[in-house]
Design a protein around this ligand. Structure first.
Ligand SMILES: [Zn+2]
Length: 322
């Protein structure tokens, strides 16, 4: 299986959250329709912030988190994986190839000296293919193309209601939910189905149900020693989606996304949270601050301009200005 090439920029950045070390891993590029990404925002407005290609697509990342936790390595989302055919990769502009027919996620783990076998908890914010595709893989030399679990020693976790939503699709939702990404996990008895509106999954790693993109979408909040890092996943996919009304057309309940964002911002500003964006190719994240018009980003963590694959640039612990 040959996949288009993975991103040429550094794939790993490292942050500290209190006593925890958290790595952001860039698992690849995807290109989605700019109009769909910005919902009701007219193109003349969004185009000033991010350029569209000749197919009206904007370039995005598929950034995930790796948390070095006392209970073992925790991965939050896992990119697209390696199971999709060439036509799919072309439509969505996927570039995520890694070594040996696997993906940039496995490469990024190896930069840090880890293998998929080392992951102890695989947490899915939701089950769309660009977040949960990496749950499973097909070995490139397997003639039978068996779908296997990427993290054989991990417990996987997702909201139980999201699993139900993903397995009972309709004409509007089915294109995003590919059963091979999550049904084999459930069949292997590896899923811990989370309930309610959130709570700690392991000490210091909390999920917050943020409805809107899908009804049981979860954001992840990492807390240690008075510091906090928010991974809002598709509730705020890029830095361009910080304004309250900049909501994806993909969202099934956009007015609930609006309220999910409002609630996150109130807490974030109050408690000084940092943020990491899953889909922003250029901006890793920063600190959420009150701005003249709503919310702003300070102490921005950008990707270095010069491509330098597999470098691990140190970020200032605690988010001092960069
Ligand atoms: Zn997404």
């Amino acid at each position: 299986m040959t996949l288009p090439h993975a991103p040429e920029r550094p794939v790993v950045t490292t942050l500290t959250v209190g006593r925890l070390t958290v790595h952001t891993l860039q698992t690849g590029i995807q290109k989605l329709d700019g109009g769909a990404m910005f919902g009701v925002v007219p193109k003349p407005l969004w185009e000033r912030r991010i350029a569209a290609d000749e197919r009206n697509r904007i370039r995005m990342g598929m950034r995930v988190l790796l948390i070095e936790h006392d209970d073992g390595l925790v991965l939050v989302d896992c990119g697209l994986g390696n199971k999709e055919p060439a036509k799919f990769l072309d439509i969505y502009g996927i570039e995520n190839a890694g070594a040996n027919g696997r993906t940039a996620l496995e490469d990024a783990l190896s930069v840090l000296g880890h293998r998929p076998d080392d992951i102890r908890l695989m947490l899915n914010t939701h089950l769309h293919f660009d977040h949960a595709g990496g749950n499973t893989f097909i070995a490139p030399d397997d003639p039978g193309k068996r779908v296997q679990l990427t993290f054989p020693n991990a417990q996987y976790a997702v909201h139980g209601r999201e699993y139900a939503f993903a397995t009972q699709t309709n004409e509007r939702t089915q294109a995003s939910y590919l059963p091979n990404n999550f049904v084999p996990v459930a069949q292997a008895g590896k899923y811990r189905f989370l309930e309610g509106n959130g709570g700690e999954v392991v000490p210091g790693v909390e999920v917050i149900v943020t409805p809107g993109h899908v009804p049981w979408h979860m954001a992840v909040l990492i807390r240690s020693a008075g510091e906090a890092l928010l991974f809002p996943a598709d509730t705020i996919p890029t830095a361009h989606h910080l304004p309250l009304a900049w909501i994806m057309g993909y969202d099934v309940e956009p007015l609930r996304t609006l309220e999910s964002k409002r609630a996150l911002y109130a807490r974030a500003v109050e408690e000084g949270w940092r943020v990491v964006f899953e889909h922003d190719y250029d901006t890793v994240g920063g600190r959420l601050v009150r701005a003249e018009r709503g919310i702003g980003l300070a102490d921005v963590d950008s990707m270095p301009a010069a491509p330098d694959a597999n470098r691990v640039p140190p970020l200032d612990p605690g988010g001092a200005a960069r």
